[in-house]
Design a protein. Structure first.
Length: 270
């Protein structure tokens, strides 16, 4: 079996460290505000699965290289750029995003240390964590509607259970971005720290979790996942089907064009 550190040594877009039974996965595209392109998605999935499989890992921290946590999809590469030849644009069988399943199926606790913007798929990534803590500079937004799309599995699977169906609907339907104080008020995060204290706070929390019996912790996580949420594979497959459908619409193309051209969008409902 390839160890976590051996696998991560080959990564270009993420950094992975392991210390005192705590793995830290850091998105490392700061020049793009940690927006995810296809290779970054693949590395994130591999890092999460390697951490889950490594017997030395008892807890994970996911964060981003400053100034952002994750600004979602790299619009220029994923939504406006050419698609990889190996990825069919309209698969016959829809499946959930692999990186999403890697996070949701990890049987070890995940802490999201949100150090800046967590928007679009970046907010989804934060939602996949079991616990979210934020710096005062954090911002959260389900921006998918602004691109004429629906959210991924996190917005449907986790967000309503965390903040309630009505608040989830407000965030999803408006695409509004909220600050760290509002995220704390609605229960999206459990604590807000000064920016420089975020990673120490995350490591301290991860250390307290890692000090407990790992088998008991894993069963606690399994119980929470089973009774608090639904089936991520079913929900994720449905979400991807709708995303693929909406990506063919004129409104989606207008949402992407207006973002790249830095102008207000004009949606036509087609």
């Amino acid at each position: 079996m390839v160890s976590l550190t051996e696998k991560s040594a080959r990564f270009e877009h993420t950094r992975v460290t392991l210390e005192d039974h705590v793995a830290t996965i850091t998105l490392n595209r700061p020049h793009r505000r940690n927006a995810l392109n296809y290779p970054a998605y693949d590395e994130l999935e591999q890092g999460l699965r390697a951490a889950a499989a490594d017997p030395e890992v008892r807890c994970l921290i996911v964060t981003g290289a400053d100034p952002a946590f994750c600004s979602g999809d790299d619009v220029g590469e994923i939504m406006a750029g050419p698609k990889p030849v190996s990825r069919a644009p309209m698969p016959v069988t829809f499946t959930a995003t692999p990186a999403a399943l890697a996070a949701l199926e990890c049987d070890k606790p995940i802490i999201a240390a949100v150090n800046g913007a967590a928007v679009g798929w970046g907010m989804e990534l934060a939602l996949f964590a079991d616990i979210r803590i934020a710096s005062e500079q954090a911002r959260f937004g389900e921006l998918f509607v602004k691109r004429g799309l629906v959210c991924d599995v996190g917005g449907f699977y986790r967000l309503p259970a965390i903040v309630g169906p009505a608040k989830a609907a407000e965030l999803l339907f408006t695409g509004d971005v909220i600050d760290a104080a509002e995220a704390l008020r609605i229960g999206l995060v459990t604590q807000v720290t000064p920016h420089e204290d975020l990673l120490p706070a995350a490591r301290a929390l991860a250390g307290r979790i890692a000090a407990n019996p790992p088998l008991a912790v894993r069963h606690l996580k399994a119980g929470l996942s089973k009774y608090a949420y639904g089936d991520p594979r079913e929900i994720g497959a449905w979400a991807i089907e709708k995303i693929r459908l909406l990506m063919q619409t004129e409104d989606h193309k207008e949402g992407v064009a207006s973002f790249l051209e830095k102008r207000p969008p004009v949606f036509q409902g087609r």
